[in-house]
Design a protein around this ligand. Structure first.
Ligand code: DGT
Ligand code: CA
Ligand code: CA
Length: 363
């Protein structure tokens, strides 16, 4: 049976989230920065909006480079990352996507796969309509734009969602896959990185069409059987990975900025209890059990520390959460010299409490 799979990826995610809460940023180059603790402009760019990208700013480059590249734009804006806010946007985005899927797979903070085979009855016209509806719903509810790739498998949909960014919708019907892939650079294949690209370049192979000249035996010899076969199939658009619900990648967390920076155990434990209670409320509301518990804190110099543990059995018990979180915090505070500014608790490896499955509840 043919499948219909969407890959949805939000455009310039962190920077777009910033534009949502400050619409006046939209006309300016916006860079979201991870400032390091060495002060001034040390640190890297997490992402930038498309206006800033025109000047060569992209994820991973030093903030100082970005400032240089944007020298002639005195309206350029450099903002610090606000993970808590982006996570909230992620939650909302995932909720909307989940409502529109038969099977939903969370991939990362701004992307997901949706298997919609049943609801569109394997029909690409209906799929196109649904994809447009999802884009409209996301736009209406959270004011974000995303790009969607639609095809019969995860691999092609992933490549397609990146094909016309931002605000793209690229639909590749099964009989168009070959034609679509042919002219693309081999780098579009997930797993083919800089190194592999270089190796093929030395053999004068740059596009997927070029790479098709290599037989599977040669690829296996060069890259090992697993990777060789994957590549051989991928450039032919063959990929059978199912879209899988992945509860374990979802986690519930609460983080708070403390009233004062402190390393006083009593003060910290008191705050921790409050956080445990909040996380536990969400767990109960969503009929979940958890198997992994973690604590996390940000020190006064903005560096992070975290600790987590896996329980023997899944639970939804508040006392067990509190007891373990306390132990983790005390372990982490051993020899603590710096004061703590923000404190967080998370639970992960979630399972549904049996018999009460409610798939519309994401968070
Ligand atoms: P896009 O999808 O090309 O329009 O742009 P983004 O920014 O959404 O890129 P994507 O999907 O690769 O990454 C999603 C978010 O993850 C992005 O908004 C910020 C974060 N991120 C990506 N690359 C980096 C990085 O190199 N460092 C840090 N700190 N964060 C990153
Ligand atoms: Ca993205
Ligand atoms: Ca992404």
């Amino acid at each position: 049976m043919g499948r219909v799979v969407f890959h949805i990826d939000f455009d310039y995610f962190y920077a777009q989230c910033e534009e949502v809460r400050k619409p006046e940023l939209k006309t300016k180059p916006v860079c979201v920065c991870v400032f390091s603790d060495r002060g001034a402009d040390s640190g890297a760019i997490a992402t930038a909006n498309y206006t800033a990208r025109k000047y060569g700013v992209k994820s991973g480059i030093p903030i100082s480079f970005a400032k240089k590249r944007l020298e002639q734009r005195n309206d350029a804006v450099f903002l610090p990352v606000d993970f808590e806010y982006y996570s909230k946007m992620t939650e909302k985005a995932m909720e909307i996507m989940k409502e529109n899927a038969d099977i939903f797979e969370y991939v990362g903070r701004d992307e997901a796969y949706l298997d919609v085979t049943k609801r569109v009855e394997e029909n690409y016209e209906k799929a196109s309509h649904l994809a447009q509806q999802i884009k409209n719903r996301i736009r209406a509810k959270i004011k974000l734009s995303c790009s969607i790739g639609v095809s019969s498998n995860k691999l092609i949909s992933k490549i397609a969602s990146d094909y016309q960014k931002p605000d793209g919708l690229t639909i590749i019907e099964p009989n168009k896959i070959e034609q679509f892939l042919k002219p693309l650079n081999i780098r579009v294949i997930p797993g083919i990185g800089k190194k592999t690209e270089q190796r093929f370049k030395e053999m004068n192979l740059e596009t997927i069409e070029d790479l098709k000249k290599i037989d599977v035996f040669t690829l296996n010899k060069e890259f090992g059987r697993k990777n060789g076969t994957y590549m051989y199939n991928a450039i032919r658009g063959i990929n059978d990975d199912p879209v899988k619900e992945k509860e374990e990648s979802i986690q519930y967390s609460k983080i708070t900025t403390l009233k004062k920076d402190s390393k006083d155990h009593e003060f910290l434990l008191e705050n921790l209890q409050g956080l445990c209670k909040q996380v536990h409320d969400v767990i109960m509301k969503n009929n979940k059990m958890f198997k992994s518990i973690g604590i996390h804190f940000v020190q006064s110099d903005l560096t992070n520390k975290s600790k987590s543990k896996i329980l023997r059995n899944s639970t939804n018990n508040l006392e067990e959460l509190e007891k373990n979180a306390e132990q983790l915090l005390l372990d982490a505070l051993d020899n603590q010299t710096m004061t703590i500014r923000r404190l967080g608790v998370k639970v992960a490896e979630l399972t549904e409490i049996k018999g009460q499955r409610d798939i519309t509840n994401y968070f």
